[in-house]
Design a protein around this ligand. Sequence first.
Ligand code: MOS
Length: 769
Amino acid sequence: MEIQDKENAPTNVVGKPLDRVDGPAKVTGAARYSAEISVPGTVHGVLKTSTIAKGRIASIDTSKASQEPGILGIFTHQNLPKPAKTPKQIEKWRAAQSYLPMQDDQIQYAGQPVALVVAETLEAATQAAALIKVTYQADAPIDSYLDPKAELFDPQKIQQGKADGHVVRGNPQQAYDGAAIKHEATYVHAINHHNPMEPAATLAVWEGADKLTVYESSQNVTMHQGNLAELLGMPREQVRVVTKYIGGGFGCKGSFWPHTILTVLAARAVNRPVKLALTRQQMFTGVGHREDQEQTLRMGATAEGKLVSLVHTKKATTSPWDNYTESNGKVIDMLYACPNYSTVYELARANVMTSVWMRAPGEAPGSFALESSMDDLANQLGIDPIEIRLRNYAEHDHSNGKPWSSKSLKQCYKRGAELFGWDKRNPQPGQNRRGRMLVGHGMATATYPVHSSQGTARVRLFADGHAVVEAGATDLGTGTYTVMTQVSADALGLPPDKIRFELGDTRLPTAPGSGGSVAAGTVASSIMAAAQDVWEKVVKMAVADKKSPLYKARPADVKVELGRMFLVKNPQKGETLVAALGRSGQPDIEGSGTGKYGAGYETQKFSPIEANENSDDKEKKASGHSMHSFGAHFCEVEVDPDLGTIRVTRWVGVHGAGTILNRKTASSQMSGGAIYGIGSALMEETFRDPNYARYTNSDLASYHVPVNADIPDIQIEFVPEKDPYINLLGVKGIGELGMVGVAAAVANAVFNATGRRMRSLPMTPDKML
Ligand code: MOS
């Protein structure tokens, strides 16, 4: 029996627009988010945070606070028990930020925790936190890379992009200097915050001193478990992390932040389960952000508009300790056929917490620069924006010379243009009016890489025809429960309502988190591998069973598809897994397996490494293909010429992302990506006061995200695409793709409407006028 045959597995339920299996639990309140879980004796933690961004704590007076009724503990740097190790001492620290506050009197960023109050009630803890009096010795902070005090430095290696702090291909400067057409532009991206509906929360439950359960709003329970075990100096097995439901994360819950370990340490000290939820305001200084940044892109082209050089530089703000920056260059390197390319990053340390991956980290802002400049190039040459992209179409990946595992971008352009009515677009900017409004049409390309990942799963098939399938993955709310139910249903030939899929617990087989768009592809592969283990066991039973049509067949001659075993040479001869199991008298049978995704699946070369550890670099080198999903966005805007307001009035997104596990959830996810991108394009912006390095709009009243009234009908389609190199089912993953290129599509439509090229996000009315 062989399932790694590079043929996509047959499907029945997979692809269907199944309703969310967790839908009823969500709408009835049965689905509990981390802050909604309580265990007997749960008490409440509240953080007090620094009002200055740089300096030291001169004094902390907790005398008034401690007189409040119901106070169980007030922890500061003076009395909080120390962790066994700090992040800096941990070799495999699986998070963006390496700094842990409340270890000394130093203040490095505004909003840094300075005290944690634990009380019987949330109200008492909140009141006591307000009564703590902290005095500071403040120094002048650095607020960003734009601060005159800031010093830009070349980090060589950047965290997030890993080793690609510098990339040079060919001779980009010389090619640029000699190019017939030269284009140079600088693009600015505001600070963005993730703002999931569910704020970050931790419930820490100790059983004695050596057993810990943490209910955490985590996109990656294995990551949280690993970091906690290291910080506490405990074996991994004694730390359990549970996350059954997540109300969105966009990346911020895929890293490890101070509040989690502070809550755990406090819970051990008070010997009670402690629950702590960040307030919305604390979410702006508690779980990272997308960094403020500017990119300069120099583009050299022939007179026909063929790219000959891309020279990219980026400046951004990072924290006092970490060299984190989104690797914008990757998408600029690979999207078009261009022989010469370089990127260099420059960072400046400022008094801010470490920024972190935020939905399509690197690709989202990188594509804003690239796809805006491509639009300029088309306009400069007087050719259609799709045509300029086709002239530069990459038939293979020029960043590494490899063939694509699959690429349906031409189909996406074509179908998107059809759906949108692109041929009716007036290429002359500023010519199109609807009443008072200027109307414009723009497009841009989307792409996202298939990272390399692997994971494990367990399948238990019961003789009565139901199954329990388990993998320690997470569901951000976007559909892991649902699509893995579908994959399991097809693997076992059962209807989806006979499958119970469990996730979100480190006690389950180790699976990757929801991040980098790897979850669907990896967990689907793992389930298939575990199902194969069940198939093999049941086939063995059948060939030894006189009553089976497969009696005395050689297992090697038997194939399993959609839960039915049959002879390859005589497919009529066979029976279902459940039928054979039923006759055996055994109530159930269990299988487990490891599944790979991306380069790991293609090569199948590497000895099993710990699942969930990033093996990208090693496996990418060994793999023969470049793996990406692609898509095309088409956008209509109306611009008010008097007020400078921009409204997106139509949106079409067409994507090629391999096998789509569920048309409904996938389409919702791609709409969500477009909406997220429209937010960053038009309204999302966090302001950091240049004197105090404090955020001045850390709430949803003044940090604007799109609401229903801001969003038009969004039309999403997927082009059929089979990819034999990604994983067994050909699943590429769609977590980030829908967001990439969105801001450029909006900016390009604004240019078409007005003739104004907007290079600074968000495109707010003050910039438009
Ligand atoms: Mo995503 S930014 O990998 O949650």
